[in-house]
Design a protein around this ligand. Structure first.
Ligand code: G4P
Length: 527
């Protein structure tokens, strides 16, 4: 098969949701339809059998959750699908955000009884920033659910994206009767498929067949459905592929991942509406995925996959061409030619073609940083950088044994380079005071654990009250020293000396903007 047709088969997406909405269950059901599975990393602990491919950190095992994101590959109906898993626990980290930089589209899973939840909003913002297509699966219809119209309203008002329901639920919970397909104008009757079964043959009834449909769902649900259809046809946005591709309209599906109802329909529609790998921006113009020359960027660095070595694995998203194990390529930021060895993808039983759209994890002797570009061609370029995402938890960090200053500085800098934490300093002083910022509080534990285990340094963390951080977008235009703050605001700087502001309350952000004309603040840091 030609390179072009291989790449066109690729669908690389991330699943975003609030914990417990059903991301893992949905992923497991997707796998039922797929064939061979290639794992680079792990699906997620809990009840999944496909845990560790490699040794994960102790914390992860103890907590039974996934600290780092992973990728999972399967084939379905001629598509080669890469699912980028995003840690679903409350304590998710910056890796979760970065994973979205490697995806071409996102599936948003929403619990029908909860609606749009906090974590979904955060992840959704990153998808919007990238203008990638977003597909919504409203899950758990087999349980009591919110009114579907209200759910759509909530998505539109809270997330600010237009919705287009592809199917429509009839009842919910014990009274869940099935879903109406708006295009085909038929009803799939609900039937639960439990215990890892593929979707059982559901009966499909033509919606115009009033007698049969009334017999199956009852008069009351029949009447309600007619009303809903009329309302939907009048009020909801029409399906528009261009708007979907631009991330301005989300196709919405209702179903139940646990009972495997609506999953296959979702998967099939999703695969046809989503996109194969798209060109990516670089400083030398757009890089076409179909160009022969291999290129990739690093979106995640994971330390300690193998406890015996202090290895790191750099996860890369391939943006063009084809990867060959042991190949030589330019590491642009490092200014060197390197050999890409030990790709994680190759751990699968069968040899696999790895091209644009795929994710590989390669051995990293400590040379890569998040956002680095690797390219085969001699015309060197760098892909658009990965932004720094706003940490939400801050702590002052001190080493307990002051004699271990060197190890402490080395360790904390290396961990920051991997992107697990961000380090800051007081605005007007030097390195003696270190402030650590993290996206998820679990990263504090990871930091403490790793400094002790890998660098022999014990630390004390003093939590700071800040929850919001803003980068100053125009430091050259204003005098940072003269910014008028609020009592709960603090000026800090990152390692590159960029000034930032941290706030304990979100209202202070607006207050400071009002008090300082011309000041521009951003939630994403520049690289
Ligand atoms: P997550 O990855 O998004 O965190 O969610 P996960 O799939 O682990 O699902 C969270 C819980 O919701 C699980 O129950 C799961 O069985 C349940 N669930 C997922 N999809 C559906 C659905 O369509 N319908 C219903 N009724 N439940 C669903 P749990 O309480 O964590 O496990 P268990 O004790 O029920 O086994």
């Amino acid at each position: 098969m030609s390179l072009e047709s291989e790449i066109k088969k690729r669908r690389t997406f991330a699943i975003i949701s609030h914990p417990d909405a059903g991301k893992t269950t949905l992923t497991e059901k997707f796998l039922l339809y797929g064939g061979a599975i290639n794992l680079a990393g792990s699906v997620k602990g809990k009840k999944t059998a496909k845990h560790a491919v490699s040794d994960w950190m102790e914390i992860e095992k103890e907590r039974g959750i996934s600290v780092t994101s992973s990728v999972l590959q399967f084939n379905y109906e001629g598509y080669c699908i890469n699912i980028l898993d995003t840690p679903g626990h409350e304590d998710f980290s910056e890796d979760t955000y970065r994973t979205l930089m490697a995806a071409d589209s996102a599936v948003m899973v929403i619990d029908a009884s909860k609606g749009v939840e906090k974590q979904t909003i955060k992840l959704f913002k990153v998808c919007v920033m990238r203008h990638i297509p977003i597909f919504t699966f409203i899950n758990k219809m087999d349980r009591e659910a919110n009114d579907p119209f209200e759910l759509l309203d909530e998505i539109e008002s809270v997330l600010g994206i237009a919705t287009c329901p592809i199917n429509w639920p009839i009842g919910c919970g014990k009274e869940f009767k099935g879903v109406y397909d708006r295009k085909e104008k038929n009803v799939s009757l609900f039937k639960a498929a439990m215990n890892g079964q593929k979707e059982v043959d559901t009966e499909i009834v033509d919606a115009s067949d009033e007698a049969v449909l009334k017999d199956r769902i009852g008069d009351a649900f029949y009447d309600k459905l007619q009303e809903d259809i009329e309302l939907l046809d009048g009020a909801s946005a029409e399906f528009d592929q261009e708007m979907v591709s631009a991330g301005d309209l989300t196709p919405v599906f209702f179903g139940s991942a646990l009972t495997n109802f609506g999953v296959q329909t979702f998967l099939e529609h999703f695969l046809s509406m989503t996109t194969s790998p798209l060109p990516r921006k670089s400083d030398q113009g757009v890089i076409d995925p179909f160009t022969e020359d291999f290129s990739a960027f690093v979106f995640k660095i994971q330390a300690n996959m193998n406890k015996a070595h202090r290895d790191r694995i750099a996860f890369m998203r391939i943006c063009s061409g084809k990867f060959e194990a042991g190949m030589e390529a330019n590491h642009v930021q490092g200014g060197k030619k390197i050999r890409l060895s030990q790709p994680q993808q190759m751990m699968a039983e069968e040899r696999h073609i790895v091209d644009a759209g795929d994710i590989i994890g390669v051995f990293d002797p400590g040379i890569f940083s998040i956002g680095d570009t690797i390219c085969k061609s001699n015309k060197k370029f760098t892909f658009e950088g990965i932004p720094t995402f706003a940490p939400e938890h801050f702590a002052r960090v001190r080493q307990i044994d002051t004699m271990k200053r060197k190890q402490f500085i080395k360790g904390i800098n290396q961990i920051a380079q991997e992107g697990a934490i961000q380090i800051f300093q007081e605005f007007n002083t030097g390195m003696e005071e270190i402030i650590v910022g993290v996206v998820g509080v679990l990263q504090f534990e990871v930091l403490e654990y790793r400094l002790k285990n890998e660098y022999g340094v014990d630390i004390r963390l003093e939590p700071l009250p800040y929850e919001h951080i803003r980068w100053i977008e125009n430091p050259e235009e204003i005098d940072v020293n003269r910014i008028v703050g609020t009592s709960d605001m603090k000026k800090i700087k990152d390692l590159k000396g960029n000034p930032l502001l941290v706030f304990a309350n979100s209202w202070s952000v607006n207050m400071v903007l009002e008090r300082n004309e011309g000041l521009k603040l951003s939630e994403f840091g520049r690289n």
